[in-house]
Design a protein around this ligand. Sequence first.
Ligand code: 3SL
Length: 241
Amino acid sequence: MKLYVYHTPELVPGDCNPDCAIAVDVLRATSTIATVLAAGGEAVQVFSDLEQLMHVSDKWSPEKRLRAGERGGGKVAGFDMGNSPLDCTPERVEGRRLFISTTNGTRALQKIENAPTVMAAALINRAAVVKYVLEKQPETVWIVGSGWEGSFSLEDTVCAGAIAHSLWEKTSLPIEEIAGNDEVICATALFTQWQDKLLELMHQASHGKRLLRLDCHEDLKYCSQTDILNVVPIQKEPGVL
Ligand code: 3SL
């Protein structure tokens, strides 16, 4: 197995396709997606465009859908919710499809949607994703951070490192053997340095600071936990997990 980490969707090479691609947006899109599916949501459908989301979700009855829209960290007017995983309780999401558009996370998922296997990972479902990858044994795996509008995000790369570190530990292969690019080693080093203080890292991250200004302290706490959800969000058709 060869593993590649890309810090942002913009860094993904356009001319090749991996067997398995994993999108990461710890704060907060992939944390929200994992939470919705673990809470019994029917599916999650992602959109980069808000109007298109409205158009497609209009065909669903209001009892069967939830519309989540986030821009700049805040909820988009007219949507049922923003992008807080804490809003995704079983009472709210069970049996419903979440139609979601966020600033960066949904773009990352769309960027990799043509890979044969596409997943969404966050720290909260890291172990479940790692287990799935080890069972399937894909030859090439990409882990793609969502970043923030084209820039690197600490929290996505630390999660990429958490996945890489666990794959490396469980296969007992030397890191150089599974690392397809230098970013894997860099992400793993970031994770090993911060693994016992991930909440502190979130507080130092620029998007973490942005969310703290929006009073999302509890979101940071929730999203910085590891391995609490046994769920693997896998793409069933382009844009639907
Ligand atoms: O950028 C994104 O996709 C979001 O997850 C941003 S936020 O955490 O909802 O602000």
